[in-house]
Design a binder for this molecule. Structure first.
Ligand code: NDP
Length: 451
């Protein structure tokens, strides 16, 4: 055992940048975690041994492969497929697949790194991973998407398994894509149902998995409000995105009496000054999930609504913001606008939607900030429950899974709150709590295993 008593943050980051050139998202994700973890290690030097931090930052393995598929006109296309297997100290590698033209090694390494701490926070036996492809599902026909999914999973299949690595969905990978991939896996191999999560309940999926990330983020928000002796009822909420996370977060906000005053997509945002109604939400879900059309097309049904092209929701006055679209969607100017608009809480439904400089603005202005690794952990937690149900060959009802999700989100909130150590801060430092609790569990497991 080798104990190095001090870890210098600046030189650690410099070495990391030299080793990983051109990977800004990955460097950003590590920077955010180490901002809290390195000072904590200085106070707990036991965790400075055996290059633990370097080992957690370096993914166990990166699998990179070619995905060849043909379009409806017989033209052959090639995309890049990836699987980053982050860390398996706590269990099989676990994390979603993203299909989006921006996908590259930096984005997937950042997502796998975040997943390491998130999965640790759930308290479940889950390691971390992330994968995907630079394939763009937009503008593709149903049959092209099917052929791409089949080609992608055929190449990935040798590297995954229920006790080894269990993928799920993420941006661009919803129920339709998971179904195509699961169908292909069954066609070409004998696989356990627990090899992929996010499946339809018809063939081994879990109740509430579809809703879990958005619902979980709202449950986390409820606990933040409870801790301030405040209530969610009547709170005006800015939600970004109009995909899986955003729309189920909106559904739960409505159910609990909050007001959703914005939704968005990559083309702009929808402003609903009087609050989204349940019939409107139902129509938006059909538009986005069934018809796969842009959010602005809802104006055909509701011509009185306002859609602001090329703009984001963050300049709208409100009480709470839930960024649920993608990374770095809130920059420093957006953060200032949110604080000026009297937003008191920011809850990340997406992964790393708030840039580090924007986080600093929230700290200065006393805006409570809940990082995605804590607030959006409900999705992977219910994926973990899907694996448990598959292993049992049984299922839990909607209410049973929802109850378990609520307990998990409560536990995550409690742990983050307890380790936030916020005496010197204006508001509870949930990021510090999440980073330290997430790190400690993995570090304890890795120390127990030896090098
Ligand atoms: P979806 O593909 O269902 O929806 C993504 C939404 O974000 C769409 O509205 C999309 O708009 C918008 N979006 C994507 N890229 C951009 C961009 N560059 N600028 C503005 N808007 C953009 O994905 P999910 O809802 O599943 O995922 C959203 C976020 O939540 C991601 O950060 C993901 O990693 C994270 N997450 C997801 C989990 C899950 O269970 N699905 C679990 C935990 C985290 P458009 O359609 O126009 O592209």
């Amino acid at each position: 055992m080798k104990l190095s008593t001090t870890i210098d943050f600046a030189s650690f980051m410099q070495r990391l940048e030299q080793k990983n050139p051109g990977q800004p998202e990955y460097i950003q994700a590590v920077y955010e975690v180490l901002t809290d973890v390195i000072p904590w290690i200085q106070e707990n030097p036991h965790y400075a041994q055996d290059s633990l931090l370097e080992r957690i930052c370096e993914p166990d393995r990166i699998i990179k492969f070619k995905v060849t598929w043909d379009d409806d006109h017989g033209n052959v296309h090639i995309n890049r497929g990836y699987r980053v297997q982050g860390n398996n100290a706590l269990g099989p590698y676990k994390g979603g697949l993203r299909f989006h033209p921006t996908v590259n090694e930096s984005i997937l390494k950042f997502l796998a790194f975040e997943q390491t701490f998130k999965n640790s926070l759930t308290g479940m036996p889950l390691g971390s991973g992330k994968g995907g492809s630079d394939f763009d599902p937009k503008g593709k026909s149903e049959t092209e998407i099917k052929r791409f999914c089949q080609a992608f999973i055929t190449s990935l299949l040798p590297f995954i398994g229920k006790d080894k690595d269990v993928p799920a969905g993420d941006i661009g990978v919803g129920s339709r894509e998971i179904s195509y991939m699961f169908g292909q896996m069954k066609r070409i191999a004998t696989i356990a149902p627990g090899t992929l999560t996010g499946k339809s309940v018809v063939f081994g999926g879990s109740n509430v998995r579809l809703e879990a990330t958005g619902y979980g983020a709202v449950y986390f928000l409820q606990h933040m409000l409870d801790a301030q002796k405040d209530s969610i009822v009547g709170k005006k909420c800015l939600v970004s995105g109009s995909g899986n996370v955003a729309l189920y977060a909106a559904e739960k906000l409505l159910a609990l009496g909050a007001k959703v005053i914005t939704l968005s997509d990559s083309k702009g945002y929808l402003h609903l000054p009087n609050g989204l109604t349940s019939p409107q939400l139902k129509d938006i879900m059909t538009l986005r999930f069934t018809k796969h059309q842009p959010l602005a097309h809802i104006l055909k049904q509701y011509p009185d609504l306002q859609f602001h092209s090329g703009k984001t929701p963050w300049h709208t006055p409100a009480d709470v913001a839930l960024p649920c679209a993608t990374e770095n969607e809130i920059d420093v100017d957006d953060a200032r606008a949110l604080a000026a608009g009297k937003v008191k809480m920011v809850v990340e439904g997406a992964n790393m939607p708030v840039s580090p400089t924007a986080i600093n603005v929230f700290k200065e202005k006393g805006v409570a900030y809940a990082p995605g690794k804590a607030a959006n952990a409900g999705g992977v937690a219910v994926s973990g429950l899907e694996m448990s149900q598959n292993a049992m060959g049984y299922f839990w009802t909607h209410d049973e899974v929802d109850q378990k999700l609520q307990i998990i989100m409560q536990n995550i909130h409690e742990q983050c709150y307890r380790f936030a150590n916020s005496e010197s801060d204006k508001v509870v430092n949930y990021a510090r709590g999440a980073n330290i609790v997430g790190f400690k569990k993995i570090a304890d497991a890795m120390l127990a295993f030896g090098v």
